[in-house]
Design a protein around this ligand. Sequence first.
Ligand SMILES: C[S@@+](CC[C@H](N)C(=O)[O-])C[C@H]1O[C@@H](n2cnc3c(N)ncnc32)[C@H](O)[C@@H]1O
Length: 219
Amino acid sequence: MPSRPPQQAPTSSSHYFSHHLAPFSPSELQKARSISIHFESVELQFLTGQGTFSRAEFDEGSQLLLDTMFKYGEFPDKANFCDLGCGWGPVGTLWAKTHPKHRVFALDVNPRAVQLTQLNFERNTVSNAVAWCADGLSATRDSVFDIVACNPPIRAGNATIDSLFEGAQRCLKPGGELWAVIRTAQGAKSWAKKLSAQFGDCHTMEMRNGFRILRAPKC
Ligand SMILES: C[S@@+](CC[C@H](N)C(=O)[O-])C[C@H]1O[C@@H](n2cnc3c(N)ncnc32)[C@H](O)[C@@H]1O
């Protein structure tokens, strides 16, 4: 599938969406936080760490995204699932564990996030998933995914989100779907309009606690 670009040197002023954060050293990893998530019928353990998104708990928006996909999604038995901007990997790990016939591809621009996602796959004996470090889907082939799930990095700016969504559309198979969670206060309605223009259609599947779940099927 995609190639894994070289990891980059650390800086002190990086945000969670940075590609400049070096992976954790073994001693730093020993201090990583461990949290447990109960979802559907599974209870999984996760390592999270400094410099990754929502390291104290499973983000409420991502949780709503998964809940909504479970409630309304109709997905093929066998499917390629992309966790776009995986952070420490909660979405991809939970999806892989609850969909053993799916193949999960998790990517993030932040090497620390990718390292934790890989460790979290191993910790939870997930064998149908891979994680890699990349700036969006620019190095990924066209029409390979059935599902792309994304809690976009709003703080990274509109150009980054545009490029993530454009990559999602290109890399989805016809009939595949992008599912995204965005806060209403952070422009969810405008993103829904943009996705509608880009994909030809975009439905708001859920609105709760200030979040909107968007579903854009690729024609
Ligand atoms: C809002 S967080 C969601 C993380 C994770 N999915 C979760 O639910 O906890 C967005 C993620 O996108 C990643 N990201 C930002 N820019 C990116 C890019 N250009 N390519 C890939 N990932 C990116 C960030 O590093 C961050 O982990």
